[in-house]
Ligand binder design. Structure first.
Ligand code: RNT
Ligand code: ZN
Length: 423
């Protein structure tokens, strides 16, 4: 059901006035929000499948559940699905590709030989949509993930293959940045770990540090590509030990000047990433986020507007870190319409940022500094019921995307006309 533009504008005016009484300028907040971009992960569109050999089962610590019909089976389908998704999301966002989304055009190119050639269609498409591209090495779904090891493998040949892959992907990232004119973030995550109690925790980590140094040896212009490393606590089949742990990569990132990627699902179930942001940013110029939602474990559910999501957005906005945090999403749900999953998660990330932008943070900080914790709590709680919805609706209206859940009609139509016809 369409909401009349006049009602949206009237509701906004009332809300604007209500916020102004707390010293919050909602117009300014909306201008700021319009400039924030979110890196949307390609892999929600096809259950982390990729197009390299369009068959291989997902594994190596990653799992997707559900079999909702209509998933993208070709790169063209994924591009068209994503274009549909971003037409329903306010703001200008980015597309986050994985190396396994290479397009082979009939000739098989292994991961250690990939070049920008296999990504030309992606570049042309991103240019046509005027969106930036981010990138990831793919250290899973490949026969050289030997016994669960890649860069930490005790086998020098296996390590060499994956080091080469790491190097190639950074070069591809730099080509993205150069071609599109927006810096690419190339994020490295490996599944390497051990199911049961290891006898040697040190060896794999020392080999990982050496492998990473080899990957990052070549200096690339930071204008085109920046690198990040992503820690994790455990994975399926790697419950007892993960070589690339938080401490490992924090030390690595700080000592080597790399970005650290904080994934919301990669810590103990009750441990959030929001509180880590200001700590890590004391020592790193920039970080990246994989905003996700773990339910009981690192389950990668679609991002919803939880307290944890709001806490993440508050830290970014209230800390004045919007230029130092590259916000990305990382979840995959195959049990619902995949385009809807993109839209819901990204709109929620955006809503959380707006909530933080319209919070009376100056008042809150003032109360805190004066030791008036009573006022801080009172104001924080009252803020939760301010007419935020009217501000969000107005933003969607202003950005020419559907207001409220009207976007769902579009997704349903696309499902009927396009997705349901896929075999
Ligand atoms: C895995 C990591 C990693 C992946 C993607 C597909 O636990 O979160 O970021 O989800 O690279
Ligand atoms: Zn992640």
């Amino acid at each position: 059901m369409q909401i009349k533009p006049r009602s949206i504008e009237q509701a906004y005016k009332l809300a604007q006035d209500r916020y102004a009484r707390l010293g919050v300028d909602t117009d300014e907040a909306l201008n700021k929000l319009a400039r924030l971009s979110i890196s949307m992960h390609c892999w929600q569109g096809d259950d982390v499948g990729g197009f390299e050999n369009a068959a291989g089962a997902l594994g190596d610590g990653l799992a997707v559940t559900g079999n909702y019909p209509g998933k993208a089976r070709t790169a063209d389908q994924l591009r068209s699905d994503f274009a549909k998704a971003i037409s329903l999301i306010p703001g200008s966002h980015r597309f986050n590709l994985h190396a396994c989304y290479a397009e082979m055009e009939g000739k098989k190119v292994d991961r250690d030989a990939l070049t920008v050639e296999q990504f030309q269609h992606w570049i042309a498409w991103a240019k046509s949509l005027k969106i930036g591209l981010d990138f990831n090495q793919t250290y899973f779904s490949h026969s050289n993930v030997s016994g669960g090891f890649t860069l930490t493998s005790a086998d020098a040949g296996i390590r060499k293959f994956w080091i080469e892959h790491g190097i190639r992907c950074r070069e591809i990232g730099a080509e993205f940045g150069k071609a599109i004119g927006k810096t690419c973030l190339t994020n490295l995550w490996i599944p390497d770990g051990i199911k049961d109690t290891p006898a040697d925790r040190k060896g794999p980590r020392e080999r990982l540090a050496t492998s990473l140094d080899a990957i990052f040896k070549k200096k690339l212009d930071k204008k085109y590509n920046v690198d990040s490393v992503e820690p994790k606590l455990f994975g399926i089949g790697a419950e007892s030990y993960t070589a690339g742990s938080h401490e490992f990569y924090l030390g690595y990132a700080v000592s080597r000047g790399k970005l650290l990627t904080l994934d919301a699902g990669h810590y103990h179930p009750t441990e959030g990433i929001a509180d880590k942001i200001s700590s890590v940013l004391c020592f790193l110029p920039e970080i990246a986020l994989h905003v996700s939602r773990g339910v009981r474990w690192d389950s990668d559910h679609v991002v919803t507007l939880t307290d944890e999501l709001q806490a993440i957005a508050q830290e970014i906005v209230w800390g004045g870190y919007t230029d130092r945090v590259r916000i990305g999403l990382d979840y995959f749900d195959a049990s619902i319409n995949r385009i809807a999953a993109w839209v819901i998660g990204t709109r929620n990330m955006s809503k959380a940022l707006l909530l933080a932008l319209v919070a009376p943070i100056d008042e809150l900080k003032k109360a805190e500094l004066a030791g008036d914790y009573t006022s801080r709590l009172a104001l924080m709680e009252d803020t939760k019921v301010l007419p935020f919805g009217a501000v969000w609706d107005y933003f969607c209206h202003r950005m020419n995307v559907p207001v409220g859940v009207a976007w769902l009609d579009e997704v349903k139509r696309y499902e009927q006309e396009v997705l349901s016809r896929r075999g």
